[in-house]
Write a protein that binds this ligand. Structure first.
Ligand code: M6R
Length: 605
């Protein structure tokens, strides 16, 4: 979860580390710190709070010239949010930062640190102590000896006090990418921190040590041999990872959806039929598939709920949508005839990754729908379907969600073609509808001023309900998570027909209910359910298609999306829900992009 950066080169280290941490802050923002190396010392500055707090603390200090250092922005796991627990941690000659969890830290403390007084409650300080124990002038040997003892996940960047201007790094599971540019050598948790210097980078392979000097970023294996990195190129640039005039990343990312959808859909179109030749996903893998499991977390899992409706309807094979943290421990029934689709924006979510590994072990065919190029899930999936949303910085996922739905639409169409459950004509029509959804998104964005006004009625709510049926219920789940994660208002998503079985007792005068009613086949049923909540005093915010006739008595606010086939309504309707969550959070004066307790990339269990 934490963000880490390391640098050795010709620029001022402080400047590189701080701007890197600003780019990585969405990974965790409980506390932040840097260590700068000079010829004869390692100077640490750290604080609770965000990177701005760290900057303020640095301003109070005397100027220090340094061209090498490491920086960390923390999402607390072991130990509370205190300055002592913030990284970097120093023990003896070792100063290090860490992203991950050392599961056996207590045993290591007993075995190697008995009687030692530690400054923090962290597992990281124990790792620093262990490395210092093993260090006798040979840094790589100390690292190998240390990691041989560690259980869990880690990405470490280490400074050895007596080896000036060199950063040593190693990782297991937790991500690290590196690059060399004219300004020097860089390492970071993800490429957003490097993009100001270069678009060419590599993923640090596990079981190698990365050595950064001002001349190179070099990989060494355990025998000490140099390993050639596999270079990757990221298409987006520094500007794409900035706010570009928007007050928040989230709003910018909401507005980027038409282009993101276009980039995800257009390259897969051949003769108006989705084609995955360029993705190197062969049709043969679909032929013997008898069931599909979609495994993911949070918003990505909600995209999976939409995928289930689409695939079952068009391909007529059973689809299960599984929460990754459950799936990995649930002894799932899957075999070679199962297609497991894992969905992850970051490609690093630990539970999704573990589920992918399990699915592969059990012999399933796996496809990763992933946004971040070269991420672990992308690399480990049998096949990868990249969404091209560009960098998503806000913790609340928006554009990643709609492109994940688009990816699932495309996979459904291809699967239906191979399974012959739809003809080419029907698929061509489906494809045209998917493209139309982009225009509908543009229309939904025009509703922002009205949505912004409406949210005045939500800011004081303590509970809120989203209701829908079928695909609208799947979308309700996403609307609810979006609202609660950034507005801190308690909300629940309910299948509208299920309300009467308990939840309707919570609907009292003035409780807001966001009713999504875009499905023609169940529209009259939805209207009845809306009447039921209205009769109990609910304040109803209704979302329908333009053509749907509704009596004014059943809603307080009404937002419409343009005419589009029922299965494609979630893409534009999602935009309305995102804007509702966004403006509610803004009105409540909250930190929209960095909501409390959350981090963008969940790399711990
Ligand atoms: O990177 P991933 O797509 O695997 O992340 C999964 C969830 O952690 C993520 O979607 C989370 O639920 C978002 N904060 C929701 O907006």
């Amino acid at each position: 979860m934490c963000g880490i950066i390391g640098y050795s080169g010709n620029l001022e280290a402080e400047q590189v580390l701080i701007s890197g941490l600003e780019q990585l802050e969405y990974r965790g923002y409980d506390s932040a710190g840097i260590a700068r190396m000079t010829r004869d010392a390692v100077e640490i500055t750290k604080t609770t709070g965000n990177v701005s707090a760290l900057k303020r603390k640095l301003e109070e200090k005397a100027t220090l010239t340094s061209h090498c250092g490491i920086g960390h922005t923390r999402w607390a796991t072991h130990g509370g949010v205190t300055e002592e627990n913030a990284h970097p941690h120093r023990f003896g000659k070792i100063t290090l930062i860490h992203n991950g969890i050392i599961e056996n830290y207590k045993k290591i403390r007993e075995d190697y640190g008995k009687g030692t007084r530690f400054c923090s409650q962290t597992d990281t300080e124990i790792a620093a102590m262990l490395m210092d124990t093993f260090y006798d002038g040979n840094p790589e040997e100390a690292i190998w000896k240390t990691t041989a003892k560690l259980e869990g996940s880690y990405a470490f960047c280490v400074l050895f006090e007596d080896i000036p201007n060199v950063v040593y790094c190693i990782r297991k599971v937790s991500p690290l990418v590196a690059a060399y540019a004219k300004e020097g050598a860089f390492v970071a948790s993800d490429v957003t921190a490097l993009i100001a210097y270069t678009q060419d980078y590599f993923v640090v392979p596990e079981d190698t040590i990365l050595v950064l000097t001002d001349e190179k970023a070099e990989l060494h294996n355990q025998k000490g041999n140099v390993v050639k990195p596999e270079m990757l190129h990221v298409k987006w640039d520094f500007a794409s990872a900035q706010k570009n005039g928007y007050p928040h990343y989230m709003l910018k990312e909401i507005y980027e959806q038409p282009e993101a959808l276009q980039r995800t859909i257009a390259p897969r179109m051949k003769e108006n039929i989705p084609d995955f030749e360029d993705d190197q996903i062969p049709d043969s893998i679909f032929e013997s598939i008898q069931q599909v499991k979609i495994v993911a977390c949070g918003t990505a899992m909600h995209a999976g709920l939409i995928g289930k409706v689409l695939i079952e309807k068009r391909v007529r094979i059973p689809v299960g949508v599984e929460i990754a943290s459950e799936f990995r421990y649930a002894d799932p029934i899957i075999d070679q005839k199962t297609l497991v689709i894992v969905i992850s924006q970051s490609g690093e979510t630990i539970d999704t990754l573990a589920s992918l590994r399990l699915a592969k072990e059990l012999g399933a065919v796996t496809i990763g729908i992933v946004n971040v190029k070269g991420s672990t899930i992308a690399r480990e999936s049998d096949y990868v379907f990249y969404t091209h949303a560009g960098p998503e910085i806000a913790v609340a996922s928006t554009k990643a969600y709609t492109v994940q739905i688009a990816a699932l639409c495309l996979l459904t169409m291809r699967l239906a073609l191979i399974k012959k459950t739809l003809g080419r004509g029907e698929i061509t029509r489906d494809f045209a509808l998917l493209k139309e959804s982009i225009e509908c998104v543009k229309h939904a964005l025009l509703l922002e001023p009205e949505i912004q006004k409406m949210t005045a009625c939500l800011t004081e709510a303590s509970d809120l309900f989203f209701i829908g049926r079928g695909i609208d219920y799947a979308l309700s789940c996403e609307g609810s998570i979006k609202l609660k994660e950034i507005s801190y208002i308690h909300s629940e998503a309910y299948a509208a027909g299920e309300l009467k079985h308990g939840t309707i007792s919570l609907i009292t005068e003035g409780v807001p209910v966001i009713a999504i009613a875009t499905q023609e086949s169940v529209f009259s049923k939805m209207v009845s359910n809306i009447r039921e909540v209205k009769a109990r005093g609910a304040k109803v915010i209704l979302i329908t298609k333009e053509s749907m006739q509704v009596e004014e008595s059943i809603f307080d606010y009404h937002f419409t999306i343009p005419e589009i086939a029922d299965d494609y309504t979630p893409i534009p309707a999602a935009v309305i829900l995102q804007l509702i969550a966004y403006h509610t959070s803004v009105r409540r004066g909250l930190n929209v992009d960095q909501p409390r307790n959350l981090a963008k990339s969940v790399t711990v269990e």
